[in-house]
Design a binder for this molecule. Structure first.
Ligand code: PLP
Length: 413
């Protein structure tokens, strides 16, 4: 049978010497690209001529003749609305191409499943989001024979180098990390990975391209949870990878095609609307979180604050160089361990206890019992996830109201 009928693509082969292709829109500013990339109402869709890009909800795409099968044909792998979102995200990250997924976790899963085979390994750290850790610690090793190596001293490039061998298919960095805001030196780790012929992926979910440009620091692949700041109000679940087109199409047709699925048209369309205000939202998240971090740092019931904008953050200087501003994610350790954290969280009047971050309304969460409960106690200690640690996603509210809420809740310990 004609193998084209299966839409398979040649596997991507990482070429450490390859130049990153120039994007044709890179002369435009970030906010202009957030509003225009991938869609021009008059040029692109003459049949609609709509100022706002239309949603195309069809999940199947008919073709005229048997022997001329066009793409897309089916909504699991490609639709016009998701394709527009993919183009816009690629533009914002400065990458060649993008592939969306039903969630950030699925985007990670599809990438690793596509790149690695039994016996291969991936190098990362304990400074990753909870579901990512679970994929690395159990799902892939136990079910696919893919080993994950956790770098012991992520601030030391040598420590990364020691974990890489000829079976390493990917180096994976999350910076700043969720929930402890560890900042990894992207350019240094890129140098280490590239010297060993291995591509580097950076998870840019917490900072977003509005605040951090990993591609400009030599990164090959970006991982994104769209669920967080990119959509910004807990109405969308989605994820994406951005990278070389050959890799993106390899994952699209050799993995997503079989295990599902790109983002749905309505979710893609909503995200396009939300991206238009991304940089303004991130600036306000940053301003609010900075003021809250300074308030908490002086509070007698708070033992420690993780925030990249505080001068006592261990990678403060690096964070200043790598990021335009701190963003809205932070965490802090309260007195009284687990009981202290429970008391504070139960006492909030404005701040809501929920599992996500990056929303316009402030949210708190307890990593030790919710997202990182699968880690061993020793791993949690190594990752800085104390029993009294509260993750705070600082929203867009008036910051004085948030500080008042924190103050009255901390007074209950
Ligand atoms: N990357 C980071 C840094 C995250 O914190 C998360 C989720 O918490 C993900 C990726 C996965 O995103 P999703 O919740 O969309 O699966």
């Amino acid at each position: 049978m004609d193998e084209n009928l299966f839409f398979m693509r040649d596997p991507w082969v990482y070429d450490p010497g390859a130049e990153q292709p120039q994007r044709s829109d890179e002369n435009l500013g970030f906010d202009t690209r957030a509003l225009h990339a991938g869609y021009h109402p008059l040029q692109d869709l003459e049949q609609f001529r709509a100022f706002v890009p239309p949603i195309v909800p069809s999940m199947t795409y008919p073709y005229k003749r048997f022997e001329q099968i066009p793409y897309p044909v089916y909504g699991r792998t490609k639709t016009p609305t998701a394709a527009l979102l993919e183009e816009r995200l690629a533009s914002l990250e400065g990458g060649e191409a993008c592939l969306t997924a039903a969630s950030g976790s699925q985007a990670l899963f599809n990438l690793i499943f596509n790149l690695a085979r039994p016996g291969d390994n991936i190098v990362t750290t304990l400074n990753t989001f909870g579901e990512g850790y679970k994929q690395a610690a159990t799902i892939f090793p136990e079910r696919c024979g893919i080993d994950f190596r956790f770098v012991k001293y992520p601030a030391d490039p040598e420590s990364w180098d020691q974990q890489i061998d000829d079976k390493t298919k990917l180096v994976w960095v999350e910076t700043p990390s969720n929930p402890t805001l560890f900042v990894t030196d992207i350019a240094s780790v890129a140098d280490v990975a590239h010297a060993r012929g291995v591509p580097l992926m950076v998870d840019n979910t917490t900072a977003t391209a509005a605040l951090q440009k990993p591609m400009a620091l030599g990164v090959d692949i970006i991982l994104l949870s769209i669920t967080k700041f990119l959509s910004g109000n807990a109405t969308v679940l989605g994820g994406a990878i951005v990278g070389p087109e050959a890799l993106i199409e390899d994952v699209r047709w050799n993995t997503t095609e079989f295990v599902g699925a790109i983002m749905q048209p309505f979710d893609s369309w909503l995200t396009l609307q939300y991206l238009e205000t991304l940089s303004m939202r991130m600036a306000r998240h940053s301003l609010n979180s900075q003021k809250i971090a300074e308030f908490l740092a002086d509070h007698p019931k708070v033992q420690h604050v993780n925030h990249t904008g505080l001068p006592n953050h261990p990678q403060f200087t690096l964070a200043q160089e790598q990021m335009a501003s701190p963003g809205g994610l932070m965490s802090f350790v309260v007195s009284g361990g687990m009981a202290g954290a429970a008391k504070v969280m139960d006492s909030f009047k404005l701040i809501c206890h929920a599992v996500t971050f990056g929303t316009s309304r402030s949210i708190c969460m307890h990593p030790a019992t919710i997202t990182h409960e699968h880690m061993t106690p020793a791993e949690r200690v190594a990752a800085g996830i104390a029993d009294g640690l509260i993750r705070l996603s600082v929203g867009l509210e008036d910051v004085a109201d948030l500080i008042e809420d924190l103050d009255q809740a901390l007074a209950r310990i």
